[in-house]
Design a protein around this ligand. Structure first.
Ligand code: NAD
Length: 396
């Protein structure tokens, strides 16, 4: 089939298998440009198929030589419908890992469920024995609670009062962009609680409990979960909103997990990462305007990182380095130091206060944002022939 992007808002319902494989290869080549990191032997990545989870898997495997077990929830292809991008990313990763003689296995299903946790533990027992690192990189809009059966849907909303802001109305197909005003209604208590149930730390704790009970955690086992804080322009919709409340719960869980791991000399970390275009982040209102201004400023100052550059730096300089970790007052690892640099932020703030539909092309990196978005689904990559008739039924 000839595969073209099919876009609705900030969603693309098709994915190009060859383009996705190319994305995976590009990330692998990036990592191979560095010296090997003396890192973990066996790594479990929950949310392994795209964004920061995929970058963590690639860094573990090709940067540290680790065996990787991944969990993700992706859509398989059919004869006339493409699979999801994450499906093709997993297939490409596994193929490259096999060629490199690296163990790689992916479990496809709902990571929130007890069944998938049990399947993962079986795979660890039969193939690896134990794991040294769990990267928790889930981003999901829904969760069926494994113990109550209740179904939670997250809401990305402010808390307390209406948030009025400017935002980007971006037609990704034509590239037309407008800066428009938006009023975002606050969440009610149920919506806030549901968001914490989906994106908070409880499931991370359940993973650790299950792994600990199964006795598959190596001595010195570590776990890391990812969070975002950003700056005051997005705080009302992010850090001070429902998502921030869920991320605060991740901080709570991190402390609880660290306590549980003291017996095996292990610890839990939350790492604060920078803004990048992923399927999860583009769904947040107001954020694409901030991101596209930020990317332009960071690129002009030569400190912009994509997922793989950022995660490789996390492993190289923080998780598996002898340097003292860059921690904040509550013990999170701060990787957002370039994004939050005072000079970067004051320039973003300056542009934010004067951006309009007429000048946005000069102040923001619309092109980069759009390219990143298309690339998530394997489109817009130079060396790929998008008129070629290709096989969709790729993957396990
Ligand atoms: P993403 O959308 O690229 O990846 C999400 C992953 O979760 C995919 O592998 C997907 O298959 C998996 N997933 C979703 N629901 C699942 C389920 N029920 N069972 C199994 N797997 C499931 O997202 P991302 O942006 O890389 O986000 C990963 C983490 O990084 C999140 O915690 C996010 O808050 C954090 N983070 C993101 C940014 C950003 O700018 N994108 C910045 C800082 C932190």
């Amino acid at each position: 089939m000839i595969v073209k992007p099919r876009i609705r808002g900030f969603i693309c319902t098709t994915a190009h298998p060859v383009g996705c494989a190319k994305n995976v290869s590009t990330q692998i080549e990036y990592v191979r440009g560095f010296d090997t990191i003396s890192g973990p032997r066996n790594v479990l990545i929950v949310g392994c198929s795209s964004g920061y989870g995929l970058a963590s898997r690639i860094t573990s495997a090709f940067g540290c030589g680790s065996a990787t077990l991944g969990v993700s929830f992706e859509k398989a292809p059919s004869e006339n419908k493409t699979g999801s991008a994450g499906w093709y990313n997993n297939a490409a990763f596994e193929q490259r890992a096999e060629q490199a003689g690296l163990y790689a296995r992916t479990i496809d299903g709902d990571a929130f469920s007890d069944e998938i946790k049990a399947q993962t533990i079986d795979a660890i027992r039969s193939d690896l024995g134990e794991i040294d690192l769990l990267v928790y990189s889930l981003a999901s809009p829904v969760r069926k609670h494994p113990r109550t059966g209740e179904f939670y849907r997250s809401s990305i909303k402010p808390l307390g009062k209406v948030f009025s802001s400017q935002t980007l109305k971006f037609d990704l197909v034509s590239g037309n962009a407008e800066v428009v005003d938006i009023d975002l209604d606050p969440a009610d208590a149920d919506e806030a609680d549901a968001t914490v149930a989906v994106m908070g730390g409880e499931d991370w704790e359940y993973w650790i409990e299950a792994l600990q009970e199964a006795d598959v955690l190596a001595s010195g086992f570590e776990t890391v979960a990812y969070t975002y804080i950003g700056n005051q322009l997005t705080w009302p919709i992010y850090w001070d909103g429902t998502l921030g409340r869920a991320k605060e719960d991740l901080d709570r869980a991190s402390e609880e997990i660290s306590t549980k791991l003291t017996g095996t000399n292990g610890r839990a970390n939350v790492a604060v990462l920078k803004a990048v275009v992923t399927q999860a982040s583009t769904a947040i209102p107001v954020v694409p305007l901030y991101f596209s201004i930020l990317f332009r400023v960071m690129k002009e100052r030569d400190c912009h990182e994509d997922c793989i550059a950022h995660i490789h730096r996390l492993f190289r300089e923080q998780l598996y380095s002898n340097q003292t970790k860059r921690m904040d007052e509550i013990g999170r690892i701060r990787m957002d130091n370039y994004e939050l640099d005072a000079e970067i932020q004051s320039e973003v703030q300056r542009r934010w206060s004067k951006v309009t539909t007429d000048n946005i092309a000069d102040l923001a990196d619309l092109r980069g944002f759009r390219d990143d978005f298309f690339r998530l689904f394997g489109f817009g990559i130079e060396s790929v022939d998008y008129d070629a008739d290709i096989e969709l039924m790729i993957g396990h």
